[in-house]
Design a protein around this ligand. Structure first.
Ligand code: HEM
Length: 387
């Protein structure tokens, strides 16, 4: 597979070469994110719907400062412990299979959302968090080309319920922050109370909502897709096994990044032209687009552009990390990219670590999306404990 040139015509204008995708995702003043209506209604004025604005610059800087690099080893360790404990429990009960989507891929980011981000207390339970997360993701990112009003309403209702939980438990969250809790919400409450963030109460609520909207379904999809890709491709499987055996964490993470290149969470990021402009300017592919036209950045195709990914069909865990587009690029690059990468890599590593998992016989392991956008079931053989 290699990247395809810019397409235009009756379909949405699309760019698929790496350099054209980079240009498009970098030019926020010309190409906007098309999610403002639903995001504003659900969670308020959120950074992803605010292109090229002081709000995006400011909110993202505040949230980045709170999601510290120094936390990553702890987050990774917690993701590993949670996965290992689910696997151990299932093995102890001698069940022969494990449903990765049903039992692990949401449960692991959920535990990070609860413990690291601080979504707990005030009557909140796991089922509610998962419902908010799925309904908002569906309405915001999977309801664009043929909008379903029911999904729109469910997403907006879920976002508003999330806002009510934060607003209604404000004093509890302030008290927790005052008692020195070190989760992301508590850090945000503390620095805001100290006058450092310049965020008002609604902006705090909206940024807290964004943590939850961004984290669970994306990470879950990545865990399922990476596991599926590694188990279904012998070169990936043997490379992953060898990296685990050699305890070579950075090689293993490179293999996971490559698996996400072949099987990303989204093949495409959407934008719309904010004014009459040109896609791929200054190249033979330059194409004029009118204001208001939706355009597609084909990130998957761009990651097969041989100009940037030599031998793109080959697994190469040593490719430079900054070239990958799985977590976006430019002003809207994923806020949680480091966290997402750590959770995905460690969860998959635990799944594959001996005794590990394998595909069911007779093509029995297929990702089941149950007519929705998210993996809902992916059943594998759970190899029994060696002892
Ligand atoms: C492997 C898991 C993840 C994947 C695949 C993923 C993917 C993405 C992508 C592709 C974008 C850019 C969207 C665009 O440009 O249209 C994005 C943005 C974003 N992500 Fe993630 N994400 C993941 C994990 C997370 C986590 C754990 C968080 C929580 C902190 C998060 C929060 C966000 C936010 C807030 C944005 C908007 C940033 C902005 O507008 O500046 N994501 N994500």
């Amino acid at each position: 597979m290699s990247s395809r040139p810019l397409k235009s015509g009756p379909d949405m204008p699309t760019c698929s070469r790496w350099i054209d995708v980079i240009d498009l995702l970098s030019r926020n003043e010309h190409f906007g994110v098309p999610y403002a209506a639903v995001m504003d209604a659900a969670v308020g004025r959120f950074m992803l719907a605010r292109d090229n604005t002081p709000e995006n610059w400011h909110d993202k800087s505040v949230m980045r400062a709170l999601l510290r690099f120094e936390d990553l080893p702890k987050i990774r360790q917690r993701a590993g412990e949670e996965t290992a404990s689910i696997l151990a429990r299932e093995r102890a009960s001698r069940v022969p299979t494990i449903d990765v989507a049903g039992m692990i891929s949401r449960a692991v980011p959920l535990c990070i959302v609860r413990e690291t981000f601080g979504f707990q207390g005030g009557g909140l339970n796991d089922a509610t968090i998962l419902q908010w997360s799925k309904a908002t993701q569906w309405a915001m990112f999977h309801n664009f080309e043929r909008p379903d009003p029911t999904k729109m309403k469910e997403g907006i209702d879920a976002g508003q319920a999330m806002q009510r939980w934060i607003d209604g438990n404000w004093q509890l969250l302030v008290a927790r922050a005052g008692n020195g809790a070190d989760d992301t919400i508590s850090r945000l409450m503390r620095v805001t109370a100290g006058g450092t963030t310049l965020l008002d109460r609604q902006q705090v609520v909206t940024n807290v909502c964004g943590l939850l909207v961004g984290a669970i379904e994306t990470t879950s999809q990545a865990i399922v897709k990476v596991t599926d890709h590694i188990l279904n491709n012998r070169n990936f499987g043997s490379a992953a096994d060898a990296a685990i055996l050699a305890n070579d964490g950075s090689r293993f993470d490179g293999i996971v990044r490559e698996a996400l290149r072949f099987a990303p969470v989204s093949d495409v990021l959407l934008r719309f032209a904010k004014a009459d402009t040109v896609i791929a300017p200054g190249t033979p592919r330059a194409t004029a687009v009118k204001a208001g036209t939706p355009v597609k950045a084909e990130i998957r195709s761009a990651m097969f552009d041989p100009a940037v990914f030599p031998n793109p069909d080959t697994l190469d865990p040593a490719r430079p990390r900054h070239l990958y587009l799985t977590l976006g690029f430019g002003p809207h690059e994923c806020l949680g990219r480091m966290i997402g990468e750590e959770i995905v890599a460690e969860t998959v590593r635990q799944l594959l670590t001996p005794p590990g998992v394998k595909l069911l016989p007779d093509s029995g392991s297929q990702i089941d999306f149950r007519d929705g956008p998210f993996p809902e079931s992916f059943v594998l053989t759970l190899r029994p404990s060696i002892t």
